[in-house]
Design a protein around this ligand. Structure first.
Ligand code: F6R
Length: 274
């Protein structure tokens, strides 16, 4: 697509088409996995707009996020919990932490009180994130990761996984070298990734060193995936993911082993493709 707007609008259309052709039952909703970061911003705006216009409803959708920083409470403006609340979900009420954070996300956050309610009509208990902070009582991050895996299994698996790609080819926070069979776990962030994400933090000492992320094995079990890449900084990662051989030093190249993946790019992100 020529522009970021057109690529993002295309992704929103794909997500809407999948939701609208899905026939929910009492026991089975549409399971949608979502990313954060700069990439999905316009997609979320477009989904919210089209939901408001009645083109799609999220009533029978369950969302599961890919990853979360360790150590940032949901009140922190850069926590992914906060990102999702601010950019996609409507304002939530507060509750105490569970093993997995399910909306309304736990937080004594002053930020939540200034958020504008979004038109997205997803019921509050149908959105899930990995708990980066605080660690829920009587548990460990590893326990939370195992519970996330169980949650995904109990929901019957992911129908559509939408994600971005890191400049180093990471997907979720699976950094280069991650096992293609990896499950949801705690991961140490690459210094390069911390540097790229520094743009979101006022104080560099606040940039987290660790994250919780779905593993590549978990990701690969989704029935369908859409990877959105925008801007020339992603051009080399897209080329390596799509045209180089499958290599664990480019985690996104693992997607070549999946039969139902689509990369959506703007012109800049595809400029290195043959
Ligand atoms: C975020 C995520 C990451 C980002 C990637 C690109 O939930 O899983 O893999 O998609 O780091 O980040 P942006 O979109 O900020 O360029």
């Amino acid at each position: 697509h020529p522009t970021q707007e057109e690529a993002s609008s295309h992704v929103a259309s794909q997500i809407i088409a999948r939701i609208n052709t899905f026939r929910p039952t009492q026991n089975r909703k549409f399971i949608l996995c979502l990313p954060t970061g700069g990439t999905p911003f316009l997609v979320y705006r477009e989904l919210a707009r089209r939901c408001e216009e009645g083109e799609v409803s999220f009533e029978h959708v369950i969302t599961i996020n890919l990853d979360e920083y360790v150590g940032l409470g949901s009140e922190h403006p850069q926590s992914y919990c906060h990102f999702m609340e601010e950019n996609f979900f409507s304002k939530g009420k507060l509750q105490s932490p569970n093993i997995i954070f399910t909306r309304p996300f736990p937080s004594p956050s002053p930020y939540h009180t200034i958020l504008t309610p979004s038109p997205v009509d997803i019921p509050p208990n149908q959105s899930h994130l990995l708990p980066g902070h605080p660690i829920p009582p009587n548990t460990t991050p590893e326990h939370s990761c195992a519970s996330y895996e169980s949650l995904i299994t109990s929901l019957g698996g992911i129908h559509l996984l939408f994600m971005g790609i890191g400049e180093n080819g990471h997907i979720g926070f699976n950094e280069p070298g991650s096992s293609f069979g990896g499950r949801t776990r705690v991961i140490k962030l690459d210094e390069g990734t911390r540097g790229v994400n520094a743009r979101f933090f006022d104080d560099p000492s606040e940039i987290p060193t660790h994250a919780l992320t779905m593993g590549i094995g978990t990701i690969r079990e989704a029935r369908e995936m859409i990877v959105l890449a925008l801007g020339k900084k992603k051009a080399e990662a897209v080329r390596r993911a799509v045209e180089d051989g499958v290599n664990h030093l480019c985690p996104a190249s693992a997607l070549q082993l999946h039969e139902n993946v689509r990369f959506v790019t703007d012109n800049e992100a595809s400029q290195n493709l043959r």
